[in-house]
Design a protein. Structure first.
Lengths: 295, 344
């Protein structure tokens, strides 16, 4: 009797312990696998595009305005006969490059400013805060359009301009986390051991406040891709011969009734990419983003 | 100016009586939220000889922590500190940052109250110990590692070579406190400040850490400042005692003498508040009514008077003078001392 009761109790505890893990496994399910598969496929294609037997994105591959079909150019051609497949893959290159680089740059600048503001406080903090508030007060898309129209930027320049819009967000997140870490004894202890300002910031405060910043960055990448797409759609994104999903959608819009695939395929590519990045970002945040468990 | 002085003289045993730390007229103020000036530490002076232990006791808010932070120069940026702190005969206050950095850790080190937060969670414990050693002693990576492992062994950590590569979360609270002690000892400091270093630990671990500190002090002739609100912790383990009240020294002297012939009514009340096994079970604890004075409260009268059962008009008429008994190196700041014969 007792033994059976005991075993039952043990069993139920075991199940209680296991169920959250099982729940987590379920979330690592179908859509996540598809997301990873899509990203692997598209980024492998983007990386290896020069090795693939494809037309380049600028030369004519066949008759113009061909819909998707069962040939080597299975995604069809655009209005001047360029390969849609090549342009989607080269477009992915641009999207990923801008998405990741703009995010990284933004994180670097915002993170550094946030860390400085938290560490030095006082006047440094006030100046940085005024800068951040000023930037937040300007509508992001308006700011981007104004700069793009005025400067007609190259792709690297566009990356820099895009990175500016999320600097305040990265700044605030880094600032808040760094400020919380700085109150902890180990930072004071390091200073008491004679650690320099730079060392204390980079070795003690930064590594302990970076996780929430990184998990935010994972979500910024897809939104950067969308913003770049919007700019290109409006005609002020990456300069002309360079393919971009946004520009391809804009071009296809004119022939939406005769050749809907021309606009819908880049739409699908962007949708899948952003959906996949967001899904993976959420999964990562769920597993590693929470800092609650760490003392 | 009135000062409290607890000078540690030479002992019959012939221990070194070189002054490791001389604090004089240390006053620490910060601007209050309404622009007024908060005086957290008021005119504190003491001398600590090498190889001796000074206990600093007082309630929460009595200025214990601000006192040591002022000594180390790590208060909030708005703190203003006046007075003098001579460490090994050389002024430590108001040094240029670089020069102070060279001396912090090498000459004076500190162990914190909470071992759970005083280690960097993302750096191995070995690196946290060896980095200070490398910076201050100029050792190479290999030598610093060897020395760190030796230090870990010294503070009683079993299997130190394996622990060296572990992260703080892999260690228990007691182990972590040993690691912080090892890190503090890394560069052989002359003064070690233990700020409630055992308060967050189990009683059994507490005892182990205290014994460890005592042993290390014997071996290295290090001066220790032991801060605590627990008179039981300081009673048997300190040579001198400084009772802090409202940022001011209420009473100071050799520990045994202060315990036996305490004069200040606040010390008396503190001693009465120690729970004792002889006390009646389920009885009420002796407490001190009221709360510690706020740092804005007047310093022109006895700080303890509002809570003191023996207070008279004389206590609030002016700042109570420092009454010193130089023969016993014992002094207090009480108008109506409980044991006038002992300290006068």
């Amino acid at each position: 009797m007792t033994i059976v009761g005991g075993a039952g109790e043990l069993g139920s505890t075991d199940a209680a312990v296991r169920s959250p893990a099982a729940g987590r496994r379920r979330r690592w399910g179908f859509s996540l696998i598809l997301s990873v598969a899509w990203l692997v496929l598209i980024s492998a294609a983007a990386l290896l595009v020069d090795l693939l037997p494809l037309h380049d994105y600028i030369s004519v591959a066949g008759a113009p305005n061909r819909p998707p079909n069962w040939s080597a150019e299975f995604l069809g051609t655009d209005s001047v006969g360029r390969s849609q497949l090549s342009r989607i893959i080269y477009g992915a290159r641009v999207s990923f490059l801008i998405g990741f680089c703009a995010t990284a740059l933004s994180m670097l600048v915002g993170g550094a400013l946030g860390l400085l503001a938290a560490y030095f406080g006082g006047a440094v903090n006030s100046i940085i805060n005024v800068l951040a508030n000023t930037m937040l007060a300007i509508p992001a898309l308006l700011f981007l359009l104004a700069l793009s129209i005025a400067l007609r930027p190259s792709t690297p320049m566009l990356t820099v301009i895009l990175s500016v819009i999320t600097v305040p967000a990265f700044l605030r997140i880094t600032y808040a986390n760094a400020l919380a870490e700085m109150q902890k004894d180990y930072v004071v202890a390091a200073q008491l051991m004679g650690a320099s300002t730079g060392r204390t910031m980079l070795r003690e405060v930064l590594p302990n406040s970076i996780m929430p910043v990184l998990s935010y960055a994972v979500l910024v990448v897809p939104s950067m891709i969308v913003v770049e797409g919007s700019l290109s759609f409006l005609g002020y994104g990456v300069p002309a011969p360079q393919p971009s999903w946004g520009a391809m959608i804009a071009a296809g819009r004119a022939r939406l009734t005769t050749n809907p695939a021309e606009a819908l395929i880049p739409c699908a590519a962007m949708f899948l990419t952003v959906f996949a990045l967001n899904g993976i970002g959420d999964a990562i945040r769920e597993r590693y983003g929470s800092r609650e468990g760490v003392a | 100016m009135i000062t409290a002085t607890a000078v540690s003289g030479p002992e019959p045993g012939g221990r070194a009586d070189r002054a490791a730390l001389v604090v004089e007229h240390l006053t620490c103020t910060i601007p209050g939220p309404d622009g007024s000036e908060l005086r957290l530490v008021n005119d504190v002076s003491f001398t600590l000889a090498a190889g001796r232990t000074l206990g600093i006791v007082g309630e929460s808010g009595s200025g214990k922590t601000m006192l040591v932070r002022s000594i180390m120069g790590i208060g909030p940026p708005t703190t203003s500190v006046t007075g003098s702190v001579l460490l090994n005969g050389r002024e430590l206050l108001h040094l240029p940052r670089r020069q102070r950095r060279e001396r912090l850790g090498a000459e004076i080190a500190m162990v914190f109250q909470n071992p759970m937060t005083s280690l960097n969670p993302v750096v191995t414990v070995g690196r946290q110990i060896s980095e200070g050693i490398r910076a201050h002693l100029g050792l190479g990576k290999r030598e610093a590692r060897a020395r760190s492992i030796q230090l870990l062994a010294d503070v009683g950590i079993p299997d130190p070579a394996r622990r060296f590569d572990q992260y703080p979360h892999e260690l228990s609270g007691g182990m972590r406190q040993r690691v912080t002690i090892a890190a503090a000892l890394g560069s052989d400091p002359d003064v070690l400040i233990a700020d409630e270093a055992t308060t967050a630990l189990d009683v059994t671990v507490q005892k182990q850490i205290l014994v460890l500190l005592e042993r290390i002090q014997e071996e290295r002739q290090m001066a220790i400042i032991m801060i605590s609100h627990d008179l039981g912790v300081v009673s048997g383990r300190t040579d001198d005692l400084l009772v802090l009240y409202g940022g001011q020294v209420a009473e100071a002297g050799p520990t045994r003498h202060v315990f036996e012939r305490h004069a200040h009514r606040y010390t008396e009340a503190l001693l009465r508040a120690i729970p004792s096994l002889a006390a009646e079970p389920h009885g009420t604890f002796a407490t001190i009514p009221g709360t510690p004075p706020r740092p804005v409260a007047e310093f022109d009268r006895c700080r303890f008077a509002p809570r003191c059962a023996h207070a008279t008009d004389a206590c609030t008429a002016g700042p109570p003078p420092w009454v010193a008994d130089d023969g016993n190196r014992h002094g207090h700041r009480c108008v109506h001392p409980s044991d006038p014969a002992g300290a006068r």
